[in-house]
Structures are given as structure tokens and as C-alpha cells.
Design a protein around this ligand. Structure first.
Ligand code: FAD
Length: 118
């Protein structure tokens, strides 16, 4: 995928690309409220999953919708905040780029919060 991702760029804002909207990525994005930065959250899904309650969903104790929170509603109204659903395939530290299923994206700072396989 060689095209550029469609994110507005601005010379005044440093771009922070956050890969993964799990516990770590989400809390990072919630806390970084600084007008000097543009934040781009990339995740292969469009929602955060509250994993500790997966068991209760599996045993029909709670509805799936009670443990999934769409990123768009969590960050509604945040300025200079962009969300894209895509899979991140590769990072190029020299070029300061991530390569994803929807194109390449330049970053000034990169936060990798992709969790781990259980
Ligand atoms: C069933 C279960 C119960 C748990 N119960 C507890 C508990 O009671 N207490 C507790 O403290 N912890 C619990 N945990 C552990 C806790 O959920 C994890 O420690 C925590 O979710 C890790 O957060 P994270 O942000 O590192 O990763 P995650 O929450 O896994 O988030 C990673 C995110 O990255 C995205 N991602 C991954 N790879 C890519 C990629 N290549 N491109 C784009 N996006 C990508 C994923 O879609 C995901 O949204 C539980 C886990 C499970 C599975």
C-alpha cells in the first residue's frame, strides 16, 4: 500500500500516532490534551473492548455492547484528534512512517500500544 493516509497536516502541530486503542493507547490519548499535538489513533477495530468482562459476555451475563465502546464517541469533540480503522503492518523509524492497510502516515512521535497475544 503506497498511498498516503488521508489526515490533514499542519506545520504548527506535531503529529503523535498511537497504534492501538486498548487500555494503554486509550489512556494515553485521554491524558494527552495539549494543543501543540495532533493525535492520530489507529486501530484494526473501531471500538475499545473492556477485556476483563469478556467472561461475563461469554456466559451471557452482560451484553456485548456493554463492554465495547466506539472510539468516535469516546473522543467526540476532541480537537486535532483523528481516528482511522486500519491494520498497522510496519514501522519505518528512519522515514518516521507507519505502513498500514489504508496507506502510509508520517509521524513525529509514535506510540505502539498493540497489546500482546494471550
Ligand atoms: C478475558 C480477559 C480478562 C482480563 N481481566 C483482567 C482484569 O481483571 N484485570 C486486569 O488488570 N487485566 C485483565 N486483563 C488483561 C488486560 O485486559 C490487558 O492487560 C490489557 O488489555 C492490555 O492493554 P493494552 O493496551 O496493552 O492492549 P490491548 O487492550 O490488547 O489493546 C491492543 C489494541 O491494539 C490493537 N491492535 C493490535 N495490533 C494492531 C495492529 N497491528 N494494527 C492496528 N491495531 C492493532 C487491538 O485491536 C487493540 O485494540 C484481562 C484480559 C483478558 C483477555
Amino acid at each position: 500500500m503506497d498511498r498516503l493516509m488521508d489526515i490533514p497536516s499542519s506545520a504548527e502541530l506535531k503529529r503523535v500516532v498511537v497504534v492501538g486503542g486498548g487500555f494503554a493507547g486509550l489512556n494515553f490519548c485521554k491524558r494527552l490534551k495539549d494543543e501543540r499535538f495532533q493525535i492520530v489513533l489507529l486501530d484494526k477495530t473501531n471500538h475499545h473492548n473492556f477485556q476483563p468482562l469478556l467472561y461475563q459476555v461469554a456466559t451471557a451475563g452482560v451484553e456485548p455492547s456493554s463492554i465495547s465502546f466506539p472510539f468516535r464517541s469516546l473522543f467526540a469533540g476532541r480537537k486535532n484528534f483523528h481516528i482511522r480503522m486500519c491494520e498497522v503492518w510496519e514501522t519505518d523509524a528512519e522515514a518516521q512512517e507507519v505502513k498500514t492497510s489504508i496507506g502510509r502516515l508520517h509521524y513525529d512521535y509514535l506510540v505502539i500500544a498493540t497489546g500482546c497475544d494471550t
